[in-house]
Design a protein around this ligand. Structure first.
Ligand SMILES: NC(=O)c1ccc[n+]([C@@H]2O[C@H](COP(=O)([O-])OP(=O)(O)OC[C@H]3O[C@@H](n4cnc5c(N)ncnc54)[C@H](O)[C@@H]3O)[C@@H](O)[C@H]2O)c1
Length: 266
């Protein structure tokens, strides 16, 4: 995958090092020319054990570049990750202007006729509702009706501790990916492939697979509703991407969370 990371502070740099180490191409974007120059020279803008080695390897493998202007880098990108600061003001309120600024420049740089949506993941600290009330309107104002098809907005908060940030990235207690309908994001699943997070409510790793096995053992056919899954089958069960077709085909629905989509059959 190609991943563009906005903000090359502690969070962004950790993501740059860890994501390139998984073999993905990363473009780092920051308004600080000094940070961009450091990364392009294969040097670390932050002090974190193991990070220098990750950056040097990413440069040698040709997986990393950095820039102060995103330019056309989003055209063939799969994911953009927003890691810019949201500093607290004297009254305790977050300054959301950097997040708004990056959202505006991302919306302007995205072509409305993309073959597949760009996933824009927010790791910056934000209050609940920020995506719906501030970020989605920014994208809608620029892209109009093309917004929903061109962009997938997700929350992707994480906690990294200085000095153990790389280990925290690869061994999180939980991966949090908030999507519009509460379902999984195929791009974020691919980004977190191979990262074991025992506390995550992820379809591919969740207890629902154990339930599927037990139901199938009784000779009962199991079908899966999973709009984000490209495959037509998973673990021997048919995958249905249309909720109405799914509801018509099932006699019983087992869900790991309640959503509006199944409120009429609950
Ligand atoms: N440190 C943590 O453990 C942690 C964990 C999860 C989330 N967060 C959140 O992630 C965000 C980043 O944290 P950090 O510690 O890396 O912050 P930081 O201040 O070290 O880095 C932020 C970077 O964003 C850059 N930036 C600002 N405006 C920009 C723009 N328009 N385009 C591109 N780059 C821009 C800045 O130059 C800076 O390099 C914060 O909102 C923080 O609260 C932090």
């Amino acid at each position: 995958m190609k991943v563009v990371i906005f903000g090359l502070g502690y969070v962004g740099c950790t993501a740059v090092g860890c994501i390139t180490s998984q073999g993905h191409h990363v473009v780092g974007v920051d308004v600080s020319a000094a940070k961009v120059e450091a990364l392009n020279a294969g040097n670390s803008p932050i002090c974190e054990p193991g990070f220098g080695e990750l950056i040097a390897k990413a440069k040698t493998d040709g997986l990393l570049s950095a820039t102060v202007e995103v330019g056309d880098e989003l055209e063939d990108a799969d994911i953009a990750i927003v890691c810019v600061g949201a500093p607290s003001g004297v009254d305790g309120a977050h300054n959301m202007s950097y997040i708004a600024q990056v959202s505006r420049s991302t919306a302007a740089a995205v072509k409305s006729g993309r073959a597949k949506p760009l996933t824009v993941a927010y790791r910056s600290t934000m209050r609940p509702g920020t995506i719906e009330m501030m970020i989605a309107p920014i994208f809608r104002a620029t892209l109009g009706d093309a917004f929903e098809a061109a962009i997938e907005l997700v929350d992707n908060l994480e906690v990294l501790r200085e000095a153990t940030a790389i280990d925290d990235y690869f061994n999180p207690p939980k991966i949090v990916v908030g999507t519009k309908d509460g379902g999984p994001s195929a791009n974020m699943d691919a980004l977190h492939e191979g990262i074991d997070a025992p506390g995550s409510e992820n379809f591919r790793q969740s207890s629902i697979q154990g339930i599927m096995k037990r139901v199938k053992a009784k000779g009962i056919e199991v079908v899966i509703y999973e709009p984000a899954m490209a495959e037509d089958s998973f673990s021997g069960s048919k995958v249905i991407r249309n909720i109405n077709a799914f509801k018509q085909e099932c006699n019983v629905i087992v869900a790991n969370r309640m959503t509006d989509a199944i409120a009429d059959v609950a």
